[in-house]
Design a protein around this ligand. Structure first.
Ligand SMILES: [Zn+2]
Length: 117
């Protein structure tokens, strides 16, 4: 094993050669045994897994954006008489564009000219 470069030990100061390290291996000082350099084994693999996961999430979000084109519209009308959820269809220029999914009474703000007596 030929030394790839020389490095000084932070603990005892001995300058020594260390080889090119494989993933997950470490180099120790010949005199005191301190770790001179450590190479993590999963950095590239972890980065690849995270990249693939990110691509899958982005793909899933793009697919959802293309297939789920639902728009909720809130319509205020004076009377909802005859309107039934799931049964009443909404037409626009002769084309059915949706249906009524919810009917709620509107809460009106207190008007200043009106008395609640
Ligand atoms: Zn040392």
């Amino acid at each position: 094993m030929t030394p790839a470069r020389t490095i000084g030990c932070d603990s005892c100061g001995v300058v020594q050669g260390i080889p090119v390290l494989d993933d997950g291996k470490s180099a120790r000082c010949v005199r005191c045994g301190s770790v001179l350099e450590r190479r993590r084994g999963t950095s590239i693999r972890t980065a690849m897994v995270l990249s693939i996961a990110a691509l899958m999430i982005v793909g899933w979000l793009a697919l959802r954006a293309l297939t789920d084109r639902r728009i909720d519209i809130e319509l205020l009308v004076p009377s909802a008489q005859g309107v039934r959820t799931g049964d009443t269809h909404v037409d626009y220029k002769g084309l059915e564009i949706g249906s009524v999914s919810d009917i709620r009474p509107a809460i009106r703000p207190h008007s200043p000219g009106r008395s609640d007596k």
